[in-house]
Design a protein around this ligand. Structure first.
Ligand SMILES: [Zn+2]
Length: 602
């Protein structure tokens, strides 16, 4: 399937490539190798001095040991970030896959040399730990150390931890990489006007946003046919990873498939249950909107591939420079500080946006290390949705940039807060577009676009979470699952959201096969719903407080993962542990649907 002669064109962001020299100037290999050597040597020295002695350290010595760990891990994290980005930029180049594998293997050696630290720390008895944590010398590390101790019931012995880490390179991580390589190399044959065009995954997904129903239909058919062609291997990857997780969950005594994710998200399971339930109670709202959409499109029936059809006049493709101007202007309206940070991504080549064969699909912002800066990957095709994706990833980028001051260990937030600045950024762009637009038809198109994005971020992600729950439970009770069984679970999870307002075709049954979150980070998806509803609450604060809100918001971003989400949000007066909190966000989505109905003259 390595089709070097693919027709894929670079699209509207031709030439917009990132410059990875800030991580390693070319040729990178020698410097990267030196970093890995240095990290491994430092890790072994650290182990020589501290192994078997962590329980005996006083607060000051414990703080110094963590500082030392953070410093020694940074070069290894830099190498890993670089290898990951180079692989994402071209997954088809064998040298990039080999580099990623090498960095992972050497990263495991570093990890295994110092894993004793965490194991010895969580083994310290509670009273002694509490006394240490009360010491001002550990104030900056209190959250980190407490967070580690939550894993106390789930850690294994040192030799077991080392085995799991090392074998993951040829197990879990290898299958995850295989998934990326297959989808990046896949070509989807779109039939149009008697001719066949070979598309990448990005291009074929973009067709689902086309105003022409025949083109959407052709895109959907091509996506299905392409996925079916690879279904055997992709489903094998799913089955393997789902069982790998079941095995690890059993060994680590996690009570259910979501438990490990809740722990790393620093969220109580009952808060997640409240979030999911609040979203599911709003399914009638989703269906009410889809009935309006069917009427606006003038269709007898709304099919799955009609959900993203634009409402109203077809808007032309947005040139890259225009997308940049628009996003930066929207950021500047809110905060010049945020706009200045986002602007650097363009000026200093921290973005890779053109389409290229072999490039990873989708979009992301990678935080890298505190001594460098984040990098953003997009596949820019010029749709309105792509403009929002740019705003989204720059939100992540600005968040990661500001949180660098928390250091390597606490710069990253748990997933529950990871989608805050990204979704907030999208909202800023939406509001600016709406403010500048007086024509009711165009306003309607904008509001519909926002509703559909929000539905994809809230309700669709809740559906995906339910699908994952069913998938993991079915694999645990039924053994390896046939493709048809997984497809049936996917349809079962999707039906309650769409009801009788959208007809899901048989083709749609195959569309779980390309969702990377299921493969790379199980149970990631509810974090999107959390993020979107949280952002709606933040916007309400902003509207009430005006500019006084801005520095408080920037403080939230700067805090990174230095405290639990509920603690950071409490500083802004938000209580995410209150089940009613989520109802407030859903109510704001209902207002948007009402606005669409009003503009449509319903
Ligand atoms: Zn995101």
């Amino acid at each position: 399937m390595n089709d070097a002669a693919s027709s894929a064109s670079p699209g509207l962001a031709a030439g917009v490539r990132w410059d990875l020299a800030d991580l390693y100037p070319e040729p990178a290999e020698a410097a990267l190798e030196r970093d890995l050597d240095a990290a491994e040597a430092a890790a072994l020295r650290f182990a020589e001095r501290h192994r078997g002695r962590i329980a005996g350290l006083d607060a000051r010595a414990l703080a110094a040991a963590i500082d030392e760990l953070e410093a020694l891990l940074e070069p290894s994290a830099r190498g890993a970030a670089y290898a990951g980005l180079r692989f994402a930029a071209d997954t088809s180049l064998p040298a990039n896959g080999a580099l990623l594998q090498r960095v992972q293997e050497r990263g495991s050696a570093v990890h295994n040399a110092i894993v004793f630290f965490q194991l010895e720390w969580v083994a310290v008895d509670d009273d002694a730990a509490a006394k240490l944590l009360a010491d001002p010398a550990l104030a900056r590390r209190r959250h980190l150390l407490e967070a580690m101790r939550r894993y106390r019931p789930h850690v294994l012995s040192e030799p077991e931890e080392k085995l799991i880490e090392e074998l993951a390179n040829t197990g879990e991580r290898a299958f995850s990489r295989l998934f990326d390589e297959i989808l990046a190399a896949a070509r989807f044959r779109v039939e149009e006007a008697g001719a066949v065009r070979e598309c990448t995954e990005e291009e074929v997904l973009a067709l689902l946003y086309d105003p022409g129903r025949e083109r959407r239909q052709a895109g959907a058919a091509a996506l299905t046919a392409g996925l079916r062609q690879h279904a055997h291997v992709l489903a094998f990857v799913f089955n393997t990873l789902v069982q790998n997780k079941a095995t690890e969950d059993r060994l680590r005594a996690y009570p259910d498939p979501m438990a490990a994710r809740h722990l790393s998200n620093e969220i109580e399971p009952k808060s997640v249950d409240a979030l999911l339930a609040a979203c599911e109670r709003a399914h009638p709202l989703v269906q009410r909107y889809y009935r309006l959409k069917r009427r606006l499109l003038g269709l007898d029936e709304l099919l799955d591939y009609d959900r993203y059809a634009p409402v109203g006049e077809a808007r032309g493709a947005v040139p890259w420079a225009e997308a940049q101007r628009l996003v930066l202007a929207a950021y500047r309206d809110f905060s010049p500080v945020l706009a200045e940070i986002a602007g650097r991504f363009f000026e200093r080549r921290w973005i890779d946006a053109e389409l290229r064969p072999g490039k990873r699909g989708g979009a992301f912002s990678a935080g890298t290390v505190p001594s460098a800066h984040p990098y953003v990957l997009l596949n820019y095709t010029g749709t309105q949705r792509d403009v929002m994706t740019l705003a989204h990833e720059l939100g992540h980028g600005a968040h990661q940039w500001l949180a660098r001051e928390q250091g390597l260990f606490e710069q990253d937030t748990p997933l529950t807060l990871a989608e805050t600045a990204s979704v907030f950024g999208e909202m800023l762009v939406f509001r600016r577009l709406l403010r500048e637009e007086s024509d009711p038809k165009t306003r309607l198109a904008l509001v519909c676009g926002k509703i559909e994005d929000a539905f994809a971020t809230v309700f669709r992600q809740v559906v995906m979470t339910r699908f994952e729950q069913m998938l993991h439970e079915a694999r645990r009770s039924e053994g390896e699952l046939p493709i048809e069984r997984i497809s049936a679970l996917w349809m079962e999870a999707n039906r309650p959201m769409h009801g009788d307002a959208v007809r899901l075709t048989d083709d749609y049954g195959w569309w779980w096969l390309y969702i990377p979150h299921f493969v790379h980070s199980p149970f990631y998806c509810y974090a999107y719903a959390f993020g979107e509803l949280l952002v709606l609450a933040l916007l309400r604060r902003y509207d009430a407080e005006g500019d006084a809100f801005v520095p408080r918001y920037l403080e939230l971003l700067r805090a990174g993962g230095s405290e639990a989400p509920a603690v950071l949000l409490a500083r802004l007066g938000l209580d995410v542990t209150d089940p009613a909190f989520w109802e407030g966000g859903v109510a704001l989505l209902a207002e948007l649907v009402e606005e669409a109905e009003r503009l449509a003259g319903a």
